[in-house]
Design a protein around this ligand. Structure first.
Ligand SMILES: *Cc1c(COP(=O)(O)O)cnc(C)c1O
Length: 360
């Protein structure tokens, strides 16, 4: 067996300890005589798994009691529709468009009501976070929407926008559990888990209770109505049971690492190794404004497409894989999520240094 350093943006690297534990429990989960994949989601064993996962997540994120935690399906994409359907009481919302995912969420919301783009960084290929301290947000907007960490472009909101009293909704798919967060500043925090938490197939939505009502847009599908899911503790229909089980293991792993404050420290250290190298490199350069840099997704280029392609190919031979940038940006992107060990980043920088010497 040989494991690589996997810099994929998602589905992405998982902690090896978690994979080994899942392997050990594959055929017989805690004396049940079966795998978690094979058991009823209505049984006592799975009930224990999902309850414990929620409890650990609440502890990790310090989630206040007036927020519900939902384990859902349909990817982050399904929430692009669920959010307007559940929240657009006045038929209007403000969107801050800082990348492809925010843009898609904005476009989707436009199918259900008036989705007003109040800021954007598209003028410079989403390479920065616009100043959101004094935006022109419509009085009657039902919420302000952001994508907090832009997976494709590698930028992050280091300061939340001034919503002028409106509810804040954040897609945190690619920065979920990467640092401590004050949940009370948000109305809704949600994300697909396949970036920084677990296997594809689960979306976690943390929603302030007063937003979970029967007052949804006409035609809202039963499955997309938050109240359906909340009333049934995420067990309205068959949940993505195995995925939730793995997420639960990752929560335990994060607690054992010292929780989110420790993860933040570790993530800052890892990102610094890579950014420090980029800032002095003669060959490679980062593509976004320094003040807005993500700790999770680090895009960089050489400025020469053929050299970029050669870099990706040669890196792979060294066991450094999935470094090709998103098709809309080109170049390279190293996603260095929670489960990427520091050693992986050190190895990457070491290879970049050798590549630079050979090609400049
Ligand atoms: C990957 C990603 C999505 C899309 O997630 P799906 O689960 O494939 O729908 C949405 N938002 C962000 C920030 C992402 O990184």
């Amino acid at each position: 067996m040989s494991r690589v350093y996997n810099f994929s943006a998602g589905p992405a690297v998982l902690p090896e300890e978690v994979l080994l534990e899942a392997q050990a429990e594959m055929l017989d989960y805690h004396g049940s005589g079966m795998s978690v994949m094979e058991m009823s989601h209505r049984g006592k064993v799975f009930d224990g798994i999902i309850k414990e996962a929620e409890k650990d997540l609440r502890e990790l994120m310090n989630i206040p009691d007036n927020y519900k935690v939902l384990f859902l399906q349909g990817g982050a994409w399904s929430q692009f529709s669920a959010i307007p359907m559940n929240m657009m009481k006045h038929g209007k919302a403000a969107y801050i468009v800082t990348g492809q995912w925010a843009k898609k969420a904005w476009q989707e919301a436009g199918r259900y009501g008036d989705a007003v783009k109040v800021a954007s960084s598209e003028d410079r290929t989403f390479s920065y976070i616009p100043d959101c301290s004094d935006l022109d947000i419509p009085e009657d907007a039902d919420y302000v929407y952001i994508c907090e960490n832009n997976t494709i472009y590698g930028t992050k909101f280091w300061e939340l926008p001034n919503t002028k009293g409106h509810d804040l909704v954040a897609d945190v798919s690619s920065c979920f559990l990467s640092e401590p967060v004050d949940v009370s500043k948000y109305a809704v925090i949600y994300g697909g888990v396949q970036k920084n938490i677990g296997p594809a197939g689960v979306v976690i939505a943390i929603i302030r209770e007063d937003l979970i009502t029967d007052d949804v847009l006409p035609g809202t599908p039963t499955m997309l109505k938050w109240k359906t899911q909340a009333d049934n503790d995420s067990l309205f229909n068959t949940p993505p049971a195995y995925g939730i089980y793995i997420c639960g293991k990752v929560f335990k792993w994060l607690k054992a690492q010292g929780g989110l404050a420790a993860m933040k420290e570790r993530n800052e250290r890892k990102a610094k190794i890579l950014y420090d190298f980029l800032d002095q490199s003669r060959l490679f350069k980062g593509t976004v404004e320094k003040k807005d840099r993500s700790l999770m997704n680090v895009p960089f280029v050489t400025g020469d497409k053929e050299l970029d392609a050669l870099f990706v190919k040669e890196a792979e031979k060294e066991g450094l894989v999935s470094l090709k940038g998103h098709r809309s940006v080109g170049g390279m992107r190293a996603s260095i999520y929670n489960a990427m060990p520091e050693e992986g980043v050190v190895k990457l920088v070491d290879f970049m240094r050798r590549f630079e010497e050979a090609h400049s």
